[in-house]
Ligand binder design. Sequence first.
Ligand code: ATP
Ligand code: MG
Length: 466
Amino acid sequence: MDADQIRGLYLEFMAEQGHAVIPRAPLVPRDDPSTLFTGSGMQPLLPYLLGAEHPAGRRLADSQTCLRAQDIDEVGDNRHTTFFEMLGNWSLGDYFKHEQLHQVWTFLTDKVGLDPNRIYVSCFLGDEVHQIPQDTESAGIWTELFTAAKVSADQVELGTEERAAEIGSGGARISFYSKKNWWCRDGSAENMPIGEPGGPDSEMFYLFPDVQHDTAFGAHCHPNCDCGRYIEIGNSVFMEYRRTADGFEPLPRRNVDFGGGLARIAAAALDTPDVFRISLLRPIVAAVEELSGQTYEEHTRSMRVIADHLRGAAFLAVDGIRPGNKAQGYVMRRLIRRAVRFALDLGLTENFLPAIIPTITGIYAHHYPELTEHADEVVAVLVKEEKAFRRTLLKGIHQLEGLRGRVIGGADLFTLYDTYGFPIELSVEEAGAAGIEVSPTWREEFDEQMAAQRARSARPHAAVPG
Ligand code: ATP
Ligand code: MG
């Protein structure tokens, strides 16, 4: 079953369970200046989770396109991409834990066909300080589901992720974590204002037993370990409490928010821990292989970065963003230029975006017709950016090479940015790879240069003497 089929099946199954299937929100939130991108399915629905009436009703489902610029350095591992689709379903004061977990279980095991033996879950351990009880209710529902599938359902109390790495989960089916399984808007129970809703969540993981645990991530493996053996495929958030002056009280109207990574579920269905092997990413990687004459096996990280970044940039173009020097436009520029830089190492010295973008828009044509509609425009926008960067790319690399032997600072980075079009993070990465030392205060120094340039260009010409 490929990712398109899984997405279709999910939405169909949720519709059967009485959910209204709603369209994706754009990658750039409409009325929310606090954040650059839509990073989860929950984000556009937050007003409704906080109490507003949704016109489509109390059961909703969608596949939300997300962009997490904060995950850019994660790209290259087996499961993170900056752009991804999150399958979501919501109960706004309707069903709660029992129905939600049964629904997810049926979808993952019956519909997608995942092996129940390889599904592991986490639940909230509780918080003594704030007197929030352990989520034994979710754990009880999971125990019933696992037991009915003839799968062991042993439990382990882990606590923080640090402690979990010390003691390991020992392969237990249900792991209890503290903070990791608590949801609220800014993350921790301490800082929640009075009246703010929060609640426990329950995460689902798929185990890839052939992946070796990497002790760089801790002495022992456990579901939230970052080694990639357990991959988080979904998360059900249960909004059931409200902060009071001295603790928490039950919310009168409880909500469910589920988010599942489509690519990761599709990878599990294919029995691979590598999301770049699924139907939505493999053809992009294959196109890079063909154009460069190199193999994914030998250039895994570079090809993952190129495939991810160009796909993200293509969706940003569809949603109306253009490469630029600020906000979303800067992130888009960074994605395209970083992809072009990585491609150079594969021997792609000429413009290659015209040959690759149609592969990307083609993959999504079926579910997101707006990609077909805007296909030519997307190519034009991305190719223009590639051309602009290629004009100075080699000179910039040469310039950076010339700085070898000394510590480079914000002023050098500013030149690389201003004259050669190198996004600052790319220069720092480039220097790191070339073994050139960068001043620890580069960011402040760069910002000073930037402010100085702004001041120069803002000065009214009439006031300049002479
Ligand atoms: P992780 O710990 O793996 O980074 P997360 O805790 O950030 O995941 P959530 O914010 O709970 O993830 O998002 C819900 C789901 O979206 C996750 O269970 C996962 O399947 C998927 N997901 C999250 N981040 C990414 C990403 N960068 N690429 C692909 N899928 C993702
Ligand atoms: Mg994450």
